[in-house]
Design a protein around this ligand. Structure first.
Ligand SMILES: [Fe+2]
Length: 203
């Protein structure tokens, strides 16, 4: 697994390049199964910032399947643990007795699908794994991370943002309180997103 680290105003985000073809194919097949079942689509629903596209109303990590165990063990756990440690650096000591928990979902974008500006209010950090990406127009299907420094908001829509075009099998991880959006896609793009929270071990 290759890790690129970058510090941004001055928060840290990371991009992990991974190679887990079986897990990637499994997640794409799960999305196809939900579509065949005509499973409820929460895209465009109240409090959901996905516009158009397909987001099945399901916590993917609750599925009972060996591949889900493999995804947790090989991908989610190590990346989340490493990113959590990186957030503390030497500024604070992490409290004892906490454990990380995760929830995850799948989103399929098609031409015209996008994600409004939002934060994930109840989470520590967010990871976005690009499972599939068709060739898109320039600037389409980009994740924008917005500068959280208050002064930058005086720029309104022109506020500073980091624009990222993630490739297949790249996982972008950033603190959940960073405002972010996805620009309209011009072709299909599938992502698997997980949110991480810390809770007491005996909770
Ligand atoms: Fe998001």
């Amino acid at each position: 697994m290759k890790v690129d680290k970058e510090t941004l105003w001055p928060i840290e985000f990371r991009k992990y390049s991974i190679d887990f073809t079986e897990e990637q194919q499994y997640l794409i097949s799960v999305l196809e199964d939900f579509k065949l079942l005509d499973w409820k689509n929460v895209s465009g629903q109240r409090f959901n910032t996905t516009i158009n596209g397909y987001q099945p109303d399901a916590d993917i990590l609750s599925l009972d399947h060996p591949m889900i165990d493999s995804i947790k063990r090989k991908i989610i756990d190590p990346i989340s643990e490493e990113f959590w440690m990186s957030l503390s650096k030497d500024k604070i000591s992490l409290p004892e007795g906490l454990q990380l928990i995760h929830k995850a979902w799948l989103v399929e974008y098609d031409a015209g699908s996008y994600q409004n500006l939002h934060v994930h209010k109840t989470s520590l950090f967010t990871a976005v794994w690009t499972l599939y990406r068709e060739e898109q127009d320039d600037l389409a299907g980009q994740i924008h991370l917005h500068n959280p420094i208050v002064g930058s908001y005086t720029l309104g829509f022109f506020q500073e943002s980091k624009k990222i075009t993630a490739k297949e099998n790249e996982i972008l991880v950033f603190p959940s309180w960073i405002a972010h959006n996805v620009t309209p896609c011009t072709a299909k793009r599938i992502v698997f997103v997980w949110d991480t929270m810390a809770i007491p071990k005996n909770a």
